[in-house]
Design a protein around this ligand. Structure first.
Ligand SMILES: Cc1cc2nc3c(=O)[nH]c(=O)nc-3n(C[C@H](O)[C@H](O)[C@H](O)COP(=O)(O)O)c2cc1C
Length: 204
């Protein structure tokens, strides 16, 4: 039985990527995967978090979400990452976690993970594609297999047409401007389908 272990790994300050992660988890479960959601370790000082009401509120909401470790990566067959853009790049908290995977990388334990990424930004063209690609660059070094959504479903067009991964823009109040739920679910299903086929193939 090749049930896929899907880890959804996110960073979020104000909740957008937390929501994207929930939708990806929903899609993963619909596709039959065993799904776990993890956040990455926060590195911002508590005083900075507390100074932003939306950030403070979200930190409390996500208080019980487990923090990802490199060993959780080893256990997963597939991983969906979600993180906000920071000047057209992934949030430092996500990069910090990925930089801590050198040990498992050196042991070959990141090889053949099926991966995909999602993101958010404030502006419609605020760096979503570049952010996802910055994460995919690291994945090629992992020896991971990047499964982007491409234009494989109508939901990709409805969400704004980003073939690299589901992305959304948010207004000043943190409200999503595009309807991306179906795209996030589709992306996760596609990841699980590919991971399942790969797992079956590798098991022979
Ligand atoms: C330091 C910093 C840099 C940012 N850079 C950009 C940017 O280059 N383009 C953009 O559209 N939004 C930018 N944003 C807005 C965030 O991407 C947005 O707040 C985030 O996607 C919300 O996701 P979250 O609710 O999961 O934290 C930036 C925010 C911060 C704090």
């Amino acid at each position: 039985m090749a049930q896929v272990n899907l880890a959804v790994v996110y960073y979020s300050s104000t909740g957008t990527n937390y929501q994207l992660a929930q939708w990806a988890a929903e899609g993963g479960r619909q596709a039959g995967a065993e799904v776990k959601i993890y956040k990455v370790q926060e590195s911002a000082p508590q005083s900075v978090i507390d100074s932003n009401p939306a950030w403070k509120a979200h930190a409390q909401t996500a208080n019980n979400v487990p923090v990802i470790t490199p060993d959780d990566v080893v256990q997963a067959d597939a991983i969906i990452f979600s993180m906000p853009t920071r000047y057209g790049n992934m949030a430092a908290q996500m990069k910090q976690f990925l930089d801590s995977t050198g040990g498992i990388w050196a042991q070959g334990k990141t090889v053949n993970k099926v991966v995909s990424a999602m993101t958010s930004a404030q502006n419609a063209h605020g760096g979503q594609e570049a952010t996802i690609l910055s994460l995919y660059t690291m994945m090629y070094h992992w020896g991971a297999i990047v499964v982007a959504p491409g234009y494989t479903d109508q939901s990709v067009f409805t969400a704004g047409g980003n073939p690299y991964g589901t992305s959304v823009s948010v207004d000043q109040d943190g409200k999503m401007k595009e309807d991306v739920k179906a795209a996030a679910i589709h992306q996760a299903k596609r990841v699980v389908t590919v991971a399942e086929a790969l797992k079956k193939g590798l098991q022979g």
